[in-house]
Design a protein around this ligand. Structure first.
Ligand code: HEC
Ligand code: HEC
Length: 358
C-alpha cells in the first residue's frame, strides 16, 4: 500500500501520505484499512494467473448455473437475446489452432463476440467474478465462477464437454483461446519488446492555447419526422453509447442538434436577423426539409435557384411548385403541397430564383 513512496512525482507522494496515514496522524480522517478489507478489494486476476484463487468447476455444473443465473440476459447458448451483445460465436476450430480469430479481420462479418476478442482467459474469469450476474455482482462462489467460465469456453469449442476448469487447468484453456495471439504493441501505447516506445506515454500533449476548435458531428431529425418510428428513447438500452432521444416531445433549444449543425455547416434554420425571405421559410416550416445548400429531405434552396436559373418563368414555376408540391424534379421523395398565402409563396419563389441569399 505504501509503495507509492518510491515514485518521485509530487502527486504520488501526496497519495502515499494519504493512503499511509496512521490513526492519529490526521485525526478525524478515516483509519487504516484492515488486511481483510484490503483482501476483499484485491480480487484482480492477471494474465499470468496471479491472484487466481484455488477452486474448480465443470462444464456440466456450469451449464446448470448458466441457465439459472445468466441465460435470461445472454441467451441459452450465449448468443444473447435482442438486447445484449453475444458472448459466443464467430470463432472456428482453425482459430483455436492458430490463436487468431480470423473474422476479426473480415469486414463482411457483422459481429464481434466476447470469445472472438478475448486474448486472456483470466480476463473472462475476472470479469465474471467481479461483475456478473449483472443484477447481483460478486454473488457467485469461486467454484461457480470456474464452472460458468468452463461452460462458456465449451460453448465456443475451446474446451471439451468433460472439462473441469480450475486454477491448475486455466493455462490449458489459455493455450486454446481462439484469439490468444490477437494482441499487439504496435500502437506503441505501452513500452515492450515489440514496441517503439521505451517509456509509457503519460504526457498529455493536448493543445492548451490557440487550439483549433474540434468539429462536432451531429445529425438532424426534422420536426416532421421526429416521431415517425415511435419514441427512440424507448427503443434503446439505457446503457451504452446509443441512448435515443425522447422523440415523443418536440426538440427543445438545448437538445442542440439543429443548432450545432447551424454553426458548422450552412445554416439550417434561419438565425435572428436572417433575410426576411429566409425567415419566412422558417415561419412556414420549409426549413424542416430545406437548407440553403445541399440536400436535407428536399434540395437546398440555392441549388434550386441554380437549377432553374435559365428559365424565364422560374418565379411562376417555383411559386406553383411551392403551393402544389410534387415529385420527380430532385428524386422520388415528394414535396407535400404547402398551405401558405399566395403572396408569401411568391416572395419565396422570387428569393429562391435570385439565389436564396441570406
Ligand atoms: C440482468 C442481465 C444479466 C445477467 C443475468 C448476466 N449478465 Fe452478463 N452482462 C450483462 C450486461 C448488461 C453486460 C455488459 C455490461 C457492460 O457493458 O458494462 C454483460 C457482460 C457480460 C460479459 C462480458 C462481455 C464482454 O465482452 O464485455 C460476460 C463474460 C458476462 N456478462 C457473463 C455473464 C455470466 C457468466 C452471467 C451469469 C453468472 C451473466 N453474465 C449474467 C447482463 C447480464
Ligand atoms: C416535408 C418536406 C418538405 C417541406 C416541408 C417543404 N418541402 Fe419543398 N421540397 C421537398 C422535396 C422532397 C422536394 C423535391 C421534390 C421533387 O423532386 O420534385 C422539394 C422541392 C422544392 C422546390 C424545388 C422544386 C423544383 O421543381 O425544383 C422548391 C422551390 C421548394 N421545395 C420550396 C419549398 C418551400 C418554399 C417550402 C415551405 C413553404 C417547402 N418547400 C416545404 C420537401 C419539402
Amino acid at each position: 500500500m505504501c509503495s507509492f513512496r518510491s515514485a518521485s512525482a509530487a502527486v504520488a507522494l501526496l497519495l502515499a501520505t494519504t493512503v499511509c496515514a496512521q490513526p492519529g496522524e490526521y485525526p478525524g480522517i478515516g483509519r487504516k484499512a484492515t488486511d481483510k478489507e484490503v483482501a476483499a478489494w484485491d480480487i484482480d486476476v492477471r494474465p499470468d494467473f496471479k491472484g487466481l484463487p484455488k477452486g474448480s468447476g465443470s462444464v456440466t455444473q456450469g451449464q446448470a448455473l448458466w441457465e439459472e443465473r445468466c441465460a435470461s440476459c445472454h441467451g441459452v447458448f450465449g448468443e444473447s437475446n435482442e438486447v445484449f451483445q453475444p458472448l459466443v460465436g464467430g470463432t472456428t476450430a482453425d482459430d483455436v489452432k492458430r490463436g487468431r480469430a480470423a473474422r476479426l479481420t473480415d469486414a463482411s462479418f457483422p459481429g464481434r463476440t466476447t470469445l472472438m476478442k478475448l486474448s486472456t482467459v483470466s480476463t473472462l474469469w475476472d470479469y465474471i467474478n467481479r461483475a456478473m450476474p449483472w443484477n447481483a455482482p460478486k454473488s457467485l462462489k469461486t467454484d461457480e465462477v470456474y464452472a460458468v467460465t468452463a461452460f462458456l469456453l465449451n460453448l465456443g469449442g475451446v474446451v471439451p464437454d468433460d472439462f473441469v476448469l480450475s486454477d491448475a487447468t486455466m493455462a490449458q484453456a489459455q493455450r486454446r483461446l481462439p484469439n490468444r495471439a490477437g494482441t499487439t504493441m504496435a500502437h506503441a501505447l505501452w513500452p515492450g519488446a515489440n514496441s517503439a516506445r521505451t517509456a509509457p506515454d503519460v504526457r498529455a500533449r493536448a493543445c492548451q492555447r490557440d487550439c483549433v476548435a474540434e468539429p462536432k458531428v451531429a445529425s438532424l431529425l426534422p420536426d416532421h419526422a421526429r416521431n415517425a418510428h415511435g419514441n427512440l428513447a424507448e427503443q434503446n438500452r439505457a446503457v451504452g453509447a446509443q441512448r435515443g432521444i425522447d422523440t415523443a416531445r418536440p426538440a427543445d433549444d438545448d437538445d442542440g442538434i439543429a443548432r450545432k449543425l447551424d454553426s458548422t455547416t450552412v445554416a439550417v434554420k434561419p438565425a435572428a436577423g436572417a433575410s426576411s425571405a429566409w425567415a419566412l421559410a422558417g415561419k412556414h416550416g420549409c426549413t424542416a426539409c430545406h437548407g440553403l445548400e445541399g440536400k436535407l429531405i428536399g434540395p437546398g434552396f440555392r441549388d434550386v435557384g441554380r437549377k432553374h436559373a435559365a428559365r424565364d418563368d422560374a418565379v411562376v414555376y417555383l411559386q406553383d411548385k411551392i403551393r402544389s408540391g410534387g415529385a420527380g424534379a430532385w428524386g422520388t421523395m415528394p414535396m407535400p403541397p404547402q398551405n401558405l398565402p399566395e403572396s408569401d409563396a411568391r416572395t419565396l419563389a422570387q428569393w429562391i430564383a435570385q439565389g436564396a441569399r441570406q
